[in-house]
Design a protein around this ligand. Structure first.
Ligand code: MN
Length: 136
C-alpha cells in the first residue's frame, strides 16, 4: 500500500508543484491549506508523513507541529518543514517544535521524493513491533 502524505501549504502554486511531484511517485495525497485544517486532517486521517509549510493562516506550522507532537499517535510521525525563510535560528526553532527535517522553498522537486523515501524507510526499519527476531 502506498504511503499517505499530508501536504500542508497555503500557496496554491507551491501546493500544485508538491502534489504533482509526489503523485508521480505513487503516494496517496491529502491536503490542508491552513494550520487549523492541517490539525483536523492529520487527526482524522493519520497520514504516514506530513510536509508542513511554516507560514500558514490561522495557526503556523510550528504550532501545528507542537500540538501534534503532544499526541501519542503523532510522536513518531515524520514531519518535514517547508519554509521560504532561511533565517538564522529558524531551523533551530523548527527542530524544537518537533520537525524531523527542514527543506527550504522553492522546493527542489528532485530532492523532495528522496528525502521522503529515506524518512519512510527509516521509519519502517524501526517499526519492528509486529516482527520479533528469534535467535538460535
Ligand atoms: Mn505559507
Amino acid at each position: 500500500m502506498s504511503a499517505r502524505i499530508l501536504v500542508v501549504e497555503d500557496n496554491p502554486m507551491n501546493m500544485k508543484v508538491v502534489l504533482m511531484t509526489l503523485k508521480r511517485h505513487g503516494y496517496t495525497l491529502l491536503e490542508a491549506v491552513d494550520g487549523k485544517e492541517a490539525l483536523e486532517v492529520a487527526i482524522s486521517e493519520r497520514p504516514d508523513l506530513i510536509l508542513m509549510d511554516i507560514q500558514l493562516p490561522k495557526m503556523d506550522g510550528l504550532e501545528v507541529t507542537r500540538r501534534l507532537r503532544q499526541m501519542p499517535e503523532f510522536e513518531q510521525t515524520p514531519i518535514i518543514a517547508l519554509s521560504a525563510y532561511a533565517m538564522k535560528g529558524d531551523r533551530e526553532r523548527g527542530m524544537e517544535a518537533g520537525f524531523d527535517d527542514y527543506l527550504s522553498k522553492p522546493v527542489n522537486t528532485r530532492e523532495l521524493p528522496k528525502v521522503i523515501e529515506d524518512m519512510l524507510s527509516k521509519r519502517r526499519g524501526t517499526d519492528s513491533g509486529t516482527e520479533e527476531e528469534h535467535h538460535g
